[in-house]
Design a protein around this ligand. Structure first.
Ligand code: BYC
Length: 330
């Protein structure tokens, strides 16, 4: 049943004439920026699309702990270690807010996690790339969290109330994450020639994967048209990608690093930077499960889930006993 639930929602956007009275009323609320709340009537495809997107988003936060968590024990100073530890813990918290938001749509956290572990739900492509050295951790905070914020600031205005509220809270924490990343990469870029070389190498490797985070080009995006009509998404993949490039290129220049894509050029007419798109064959291959770290990430997640079974069982048993004592006392 849930494998079906996460399947692509129907693509074609209905005209007003094709909508039922309930659907028209729903669309009017969306058009007037009235938030949709869990108990409100909603089209089944709206609910499915949200479960897919919020579930995928939650999984990304949780899987996203792995590339950085890998560096906690090897952070170069005590201060950097404490910062990274706090950031990685924040990501776990973001996953929990998002699983809770998804639960309001009638799917349980356990079901979503099972779908992830069975390979039936996705998580962000970016976390299938390795973090090879400390400069990568700075670049992840700066570029990956930077890209995530651009997407998530827009999602604060998404039409589903619980998702929108989760985004508001998450964005506050994400801005700290991006700053810590920029601060770490700055230290490297303004450091020794060797450190600067490492910073450059990290930016070169992570630039295109960061651009992929926004999803395929608008012309190839399966869900954008309907998701925009329902204001699940408020900006298209390409609009957000352009915003990221415009924000990030001056930061690369400030660091004195070379631009990772030689075609980046300010376009006076458009008022934006021109840039090269990532290799979309690589992107589709990564989201199919064939990226450099997919197998490793999933193995780690499954192991963490199995190793944590005794904690979940212990907590449940404690809650059961507490409830039984309460009933007995009444
Ligand atoms: N990776 O029709 P489209 C973080 C899939 S974590 C994988 O444009 P949509 C952080 C897409 O699912 C932040 N798959 O889709 C955490 C669809 O396939 P299905 C994560 C991708 O949904 C820890 C197909 O491609 N942020 O910040 O309209 C440490 C066609 O795409 C990706 C979010 O999750 C991708 N990059 O738009 C550090 C944001 N892109 O499902 C940092 C919430 C596309 O039909 N999500 N696909 O099989 C969104 O905003 C939207 O889902 C997307 C894609 C813009 C990503």
């Amino acid at each position: 049943m849930y494998a079906q639930m996460v399947k692509t929602a129907s693509n074609r956007v209905k005209t007003r004439e094709e909508m039922s009275p309930e659907e028209q009323h729903f669309q009017d609320k969306i058009d007037n920026d009235v938030k949709i709340e869990p108990k409100d009537w909603m089209p089944e495809d709206y609910r499915r699309t949200l479960i897919r997107q919020i579930g995928q988003h939650a999984h990304s936060e949780v899987v996203g702990q792995l590339p950085e968590g890998n560096w906690i024990t090897r952070a170069p100073t005590l201060e950097r270690k404490a910062i990274l530890l706090a950031k990685v813990q924040d990501e776990a918290g973001h996953g929990l807010y998002l699983y809770s938001a998804a639960e309001t749509l009638g799917v349980s956290r356990d079901e979503l996690i099972e779908l992830l572990h069975e390979g039936k739900m996705k998580y962000s492509s970016i976390f299938n790339y390795p973090t090879l050295n400390w400069a990568d951790i700075g670049a992840v905070g700066w570029l990956v969290d930077g890209a995530a914020i651009i997407n998530q600031v827009a999602l604060q205005r998404t039409s589903y109330g619980p998702y929108s509220r989760a985004m508001i809270r998450i964005c506050k924490e994400e801005s700290f994450h991006a700053r810590q990343g920029y601060s770490a990469i700055m230290k490297m870029a303004f450091g020794t020639p060797e450190q600067k070389k490492m910073a450059q190498d990290a930016v070169n490797r992570l630039w295109f994967p960061a651009l992929m985070m926004f999803g395929p080009s608008d012309k190839d995006s399966v869900h954008s048209e309907q998701s925009m009509a329902w204001k699940i998404k408020v900006k298209t993949n390409d609009e957000l990608r352009q915003q990221f490039v415009d924000q990030t290129v001056p930061q690369i220049d400030y660091l004195g690093l070379e631009r990772p894509d030689p075609t980046i050029k300010w376009n006076e007419e458009r008022g934006h930077y021109d840039f090269a798109m990532p290799d979309w064959d690589e992107f589709f291959n990564v989201i199919k499960g064939n990226g450099p770290c997919n197998a490793d990430r999933m193995e780690n997640r499954r192991k963490a889930w199995e190793d944590g079974a005794w904690v979940r069982e212990g907590l449940l048993e404690h809650a059961r006993k507490k409830a039984a004592r309460k009933v007995a006392a009444e």
